[in-house]
Design a protein around this ligand. Structure first.
Ligand code: SF4
Length: 142
Protein backbone atom coordinates (compact mmCIF):
# COMPACT_ATOMS: atom_id res chain seq x y z
CA UNK A 1 0.00 0.00 0.00
CA UNK A 2 1.31 3.45 -0.85
CA UNK A 3 1.64 6.14 1.79
CA UNK A 4 -1.02 8.13 -0.06
CA UNK A 5 -3.59 5.29 0.05
CA UNK A 6 -2.94 4.67 3.73
CA UNK A 7 -3.20 8.40 4.44
CA UNK A 8 -6.57 8.76 2.68
CA UNK A 9 -8.05 5.55 4.11
CA UNK A 10 -6.97 6.51 7.60
CA UNK A 11 -8.37 10.04 7.20
CA UNK A 12 -11.76 8.57 6.27
CA UNK A 13 -11.83 6.22 9.26
CA UNK A 14 -10.76 9.03 11.58
CA UNK A 15 -13.39 11.42 10.19
CA UNK A 16 -16.20 8.88 10.61
CA UNK A 17 -15.39 8.38 14.29
CA UNK A 18 -14.99 12.10 15.00
CA UNK A 19 -18.29 12.88 13.26
CA UNK A 20 -20.04 10.27 15.39
CA UNK A 21 -18.60 11.78 18.57
CA UNK A 22 -19.42 15.36 17.55
CA UNK A 23 -23.00 14.31 16.76
CA UNK A 24 -23.15 12.97 20.30
CA UNK A 25 -21.95 16.31 21.69
CA UNK A 26 -18.53 15.11 22.86
CA UNK A 27 -16.23 17.92 23.98
CA UNK A 28 -12.64 18.22 22.75
CA UNK A 29 -11.39 16.53 25.94
CA UNK A 30 -13.93 13.73 25.62
CA UNK A 31 -12.97 13.16 21.98
CA UNK A 32 -9.28 12.90 22.90
CA UNK A 33 -10.11 10.53 25.76
CA UNK A 34 -12.20 8.40 23.41
CA UNK A 35 -9.08 7.83 21.28
CA UNK A 36 -7.24 6.28 24.22
CA UNK A 37 -5.81 2.92 23.09
CA UNK A 38 -7.76 0.83 25.64
CA UNK A 39 -11.06 2.45 24.68
CA UNK A 40 -10.43 2.31 20.93
CA UNK A 41 -9.48 -1.34 21.10
CA UNK A 42 -12.90 -2.12 22.60
CA UNK A 43 -15.08 0.30 20.64
CA UNK A 44 -13.35 0.84 17.28
CA UNK A 45 -11.57 -2.45 16.68
CA UNK A 46 -11.21 -1.89 12.91
CA UNK A 47 -9.38 1.43 13.32
CA UNK A 48 -5.92 -0.11 13.64
CA UNK A 49 -4.69 -3.61 12.66
CA UNK A 50 -2.75 -3.84 15.94
CA UNK A 51 -5.99 -3.73 17.97
CA UNK A 52 -6.81 -7.24 16.72
CA UNK A 53 -3.60 -8.45 18.37
CA UNK A 54 -4.15 -6.35 21.50
CA UNK A 55 -0.77 -4.81 20.74
CA UNK A 56 0.42 -1.23 21.18
CA UNK A 57 2.65 0.39 18.56
CA UNK A 58 4.68 1.90 21.41
CA UNK A 59 5.36 0.70 24.92
CA UNK A 60 3.48 3.43 26.80
CA UNK A 61 1.06 3.06 29.66
CA UNK A 62 -1.27 5.76 28.29
CA UNK A 63 -1.17 5.66 24.52
CA UNK A 64 -3.53 7.87 22.56
CA UNK A 65 -4.33 7.15 18.89
CA UNK A 66 -5.87 10.50 17.82
CA UNK A 67 -2.72 11.70 16.03
CA UNK A 68 -1.51 8.40 14.67
CA UNK A 69 0.89 9.09 11.78
CA UNK A 70 2.17 12.28 13.43
CA UNK A 71 2.07 15.84 12.05
CA UNK A 72 5.88 15.75 11.83
CA UNK A 73 5.86 12.83 9.40
CA UNK A 74 6.60 13.70 5.76
CA UNK A 75 6.14 11.37 2.82
CA UNK A 76 6.25 11.26 -0.92
CA UNK A 77 5.60 7.95 -2.69
CA UNK A 78 7.91 9.01 -5.53
CA UNK A 79 10.65 10.05 -3.11
CA UNK A 80 11.35 13.25 -1.18
CA UNK A 81 15.01 13.23 -2.13
CA UNK A 82 17.84 10.78 -2.76
CA UNK A 83 20.65 9.76 -0.42
CA UNK A 84 23.53 7.59 -1.70
CA UNK A 85 21.41 6.62 -4.72
CA UNK A 86 18.56 5.52 -2.46
CA UNK A 87 15.17 7.21 -2.52
CA UNK A 88 14.00 8.64 0.79
CA UNK A 89 10.22 8.11 0.80
CA UNK A 90 9.55 9.43 4.29
CA UNK A 91 11.28 11.41 7.00
CA UNK A 92 10.70 13.33 10.23
CA UNK A 93 10.46 17.10 10.11
CA UNK A 94 12.02 17.43 13.58
CA UNK A 95 14.66 14.72 12.99
CA UNK A 96 13.42 12.30 15.62
CA UNK A 97 13.34 8.54 15.12
CA UNK A 98 15.60 6.61 12.79
CA UNK A 99 16.03 5.72 9.14
CA UNK A 100 14.95 2.30 7.91
CA UNK A 101 16.50 0.86 4.77
CA UNK A 102 14.18 -1.43 2.80
CA UNK A 103 15.64 -2.55 -0.51
CA UNK A 104 16.67 0.59 -2.37
CA UNK A 105 14.28 2.83 -0.38
CA UNK A 106 14.69 4.65 2.90
CA UNK A 107 11.72 5.07 5.23
CA UNK A 108 11.22 6.94 8.47
CA UNK A 109 11.21 4.60 11.49
CA UNK A 110 9.09 6.07 14.29
CA UNK A 111 9.04 2.95 16.43
CA UNK A 112 11.09 4.53 19.23
CA UNK A 113 9.34 7.92 19.25
CA UNK A 114 6.18 8.61 21.25
CA UNK A 115 5.70 12.32 20.43
CA UNK A 116 2.20 12.17 18.80
CA UNK A 117 0.76 9.70 21.29
CA UNK A 118 0.76 11.96 24.35
CA UNK A 119 -2.49 13.68 25.29
CA UNK A 120 -0.73 16.97 25.94
CA UNK A 121 0.71 17.02 22.40
CA UNK A 122 -2.65 16.11 20.89
CA UNK A 123 -4.45 18.77 22.89
CA UNK A 124 -1.95 21.42 21.74
CA UNK A 125 -2.27 20.43 18.07
CA UNK A 126 -5.96 19.54 18.15
CA UNK A 127 -8.38 20.01 15.29
CA UNK A 128 -11.50 17.99 14.51
CA UNK A 129 -10.14 17.59 10.97
CA UNK A 130 -7.25 15.11 11.09
CA UNK A 131 -6.22 16.00 7.53
CA UNK A 132 -5.88 19.64 8.53
CA UNK A 133 -3.46 18.72 11.32
CA UNK A 134 -1.57 16.51 8.88
CA UNK A 135 -1.65 19.06 6.06
CA UNK A 136 2.14 19.28 5.81
CA UNK A 137 2.70 15.51 5.80
CA UNK A 138 1.65 14.59 2.28
CA UNK A 139 4.34 15.77 -0.16
CA UNK A 140 2.96 13.75 -3.08
CA UNK A 141 2.52 15.83 -6.19
CA UNK A 142 -1.20 15.88 -6.98
S1 SF4 B 1 9.95 10.28 14.67
FE1 SF4 B 1 8.40 10.93 16.17
S2 SF4 B 1 8.10 13.13 15.80
FE2 SF4 B 1 9.12 12.27 14.00
S3 SF4 B 1 7.49 11.72 12.56
FE3 SF4 B 1 7.94 9.88 13.76
S4 SF4 B 1 6.50 9.94 15.49
FE4 SF4 B 1 6.57 12.01 14.60
Amino acid sequence: MSYESWFNDFANKHRAIVEKLVNNNFTKEEIIDYFDFDNMLKKENDFCPLYKENKKCHDMEELNCYLCACPNFRFNDEGIKTYNDKKILSECEIHNGEKLLAGDKIHQDCSKCTVPHHKSYISKNFDLDWKKIMSSSNLNVT
